[in-house]
Each structure stands twice: as C-alpha cells, then as structure tokens.
Write a protein that binds this ligand. Structure first.
Ligand code: BDR
Ligand code: CA
Length: 314
C-alpha cells in the first residue's frame, strides 16, 4: 500500500524535484502540498508549488499556503541559492493549478484527522507550519505516523558554520518538532550531500525527452551554478528528495538512532542540530538520523518519477 504523506515545502529547486518524486512514485500517496516561507516568501513558494504542479500535471492534490514568517525571528530567504523567484532558471507558463483558500495548518489538520490511517509528514523547509500544527492542534500528533524531514546536519552547516538553512531559519519551530515525541527522521546535509546531480544524472534526465525533463534539467542547471558559485560544488546536492526517498524505500537512506537537540542560544551556533551519536549527553533517543544514501537507487526512483509525470502530460 502506498504511504500517505503530506509534503510541507518552500519550492525551491530541490523541493520541486521532491514534489515530483512524491507525486510520480507508486510507493507514495500524496495527500497535500503545503507551503511555507523559507527559500522565498510564502507568496512565491506557493506560486512555485502551483507552477510545478502545472508543468508536472499534478492535479487533485490540494496546495495550501501556510506561515509567512518564522515563530520568533524575522524571515531570512534563500535567494542566493534559489534566485528572486525562488525557482529561477526555466520560464514557466501561467499556472493552471490553484491553491485552496485554506491555511496550510488547517488543511493539514483536516486531512490528518479525516484520514483512515496515520499520515507521514515530509517537511522540506523551515518547520514553522509543523510547529504551529502541533501547538495549535495538540491532538494532531495521534494522527501523524512519523515526520521525515530534510534539515539539520550531523556536522556543520550551509548557512552558518554550524547551522543548516531549514533549521537556521526557524530554530524554535525545529526545537518543537524534535521535542514532540513523534518519531522524527532527520535527513541532514551529511546525507543529502550524497545526492549529487552529476553530469550522468543530467544526461539521463535529458534522455527522457519530455517537456518536464527539459524543465527539470534547466532547474538543476540553475541550481548547479549557484552551488558552484557559493560553495565550489562540481555537482549540486538535491537535498529535499532524499526525505521523500526515505519514505519510498527505507533501504535507500540508512539511519541510526540518536538524540538530536536544536541549539537555540549559542552565540555562533544558533540553529545547529546537536546529534549525540555516542550518547555523551545521556539524553533519550528522539530521532533516526540519516547517514548513508544509496545514490544509484535514489536516482533511479527520481528519474522514473519524472518520466512517469512527463509522459502523463504528453
Ligand atoms: C535546504 O535549504 C533549502 O535551500 C533547500 O530547499 C533545502 O530544503 C538545504 O539546506
Ligand atoms: Ca526546501
């Protein structure tokens, strides 16, 4: 049976591919796409979710806009990586898929409580919506099977020396999620940096020869130029689809259990995920922490999903 999920995202180049993987893979039942401020403002990330659903022929999946700013601090956007639109690179047609007129948090709650079985949340963005859901609707926890998120890192950051972007943008929200008692799987930079879109991967995409594969190639090419300029990567890491892949087949993303705490106060380390794999701190295990990606299986699923969606359109 496909796993029912809600993807909470801020598209975002890698979020866009995560949405396509979730919508195109038979192991997933995508119940909703909710958006949040992160890579860009929530207006832009919502427009981008509609753009992706339009070009990928994803219909019948509700899209709802959520929180416009983090719980405590002002919003920091990722325009250096994702550009002014949040999805720079390709030219998108006018979207034909609309968002629903309901707040993302209310939509999540309605879907969770109406679904016959517990649902997996897959956040690939700052955790503001999820934290508000858990705080505003404490009974929602009983309807969440687990939370498989892209965020954090076992070592070092990409926004400060210590902090990864999604956690750094809203550390208080991440803290609520990691302390919620709900099973959390953390796919951090240490594993997503194994999901490199190499020239071979781009060639496989191009060979699909669909309009959608062309758009994906342009998205990844833009993303690659940002990663080359900012961090000197030869090939860019597609972070967010790794969390979806973990849900599709746990064998693709191998994890260990550990305690994870979010640093809220450090002068230089706010937003860091402190992962205690060797039990120095004697804190209870609260997360599965992803360490290893089977990149061959990962790219097979990503390419297959983009192929399915691209042909659905043709
Ligand atoms: C995360 O930050 C965003 O820029 C990406 O979309 C990803 O979710 C990586 O740190
Ligand atoms: Ca993201």
């Amino acid at each position: 049976m496909p796993v029912p999920i809600i993807i909470d995202c801020d598209p975002g180049h890698d979020d866009a591919i995560a949405i396509m993987l979730a919508a195109g893979d038979p192991a997933i039942d995508l119940l909703a796409i909710t958006t949040v401020a992160g890579n860009q403002t929530v207006e832009k990330t919502t427009l981008n979710a509609r753009r992706i659903c339009t070009v990928a022929s994803i219909t019948g999946v509700p899209i709802a806009a959520g929180c416009a700013r983090p719980l405590v601090q002002p919003l920091l956007v990722g325009d250096d990586v994702h550009g002014e639109s949040g999805l720079d690179g390709p030219r998108f047609p006018q979207p034909t898929v609309d968002a629903v007129p309901e707040h993302a948090v209310d939509l999540m709650y309605r879907i969770l409580t109406g679904h016959p079985e517990p649902v997996t949340l897959v956040p690939t963005a700052p955790l503001t919506n999820v934290a508000v859901l858990l705080t505003r609707y404490p009974d929602s926890a009983a309807h969440i099977r687990d939370i498989v998120l892209m965020g954090g890192s076992t070592r070092g950051g990409n926004t400060t020396p210590a902090a990864e972007f999604n956690v750094y943008v809203d550390p208080e929200a991440a803290d609520i999620v990691f302390r919620s008692g709900i099973p959390v799987t953390m796919c951090g930079l240490n594993v997503t940096h194994q999901a490199l879109a190499t020239p071979e991967v781009l060639a496989r995409l191009e060979n699909l020869e669909t309009e959608l594969s062309r758009i994906c190639t342009e998205l990844i090419t833009y993303f690659a130029s940002a990663y080359r300029r900012l961090w000197g990567f030869t090939s860019p890491p597609l972070h967010d689809p790794v969390a979806v892949a973990r849900v599709i087949d746990p064998a693709i993303v191998q994890c260990v259990e550990a305690s994870v705490a979010v640093e809220l106060r450090g002068q230089y380390t706010r937003g860091a995920t402190v992962v205690d794999m060797h039990h120095y701190l004697d804190r209870p295990v609260n997360a599965r922490v992803a360490l290893t990606l089977d990149s061959e299986k990962f790219w097979d699923r990503v390419i297959a999903a983009i192929d399915v969606l691209g042909k659905r359109k043709a």
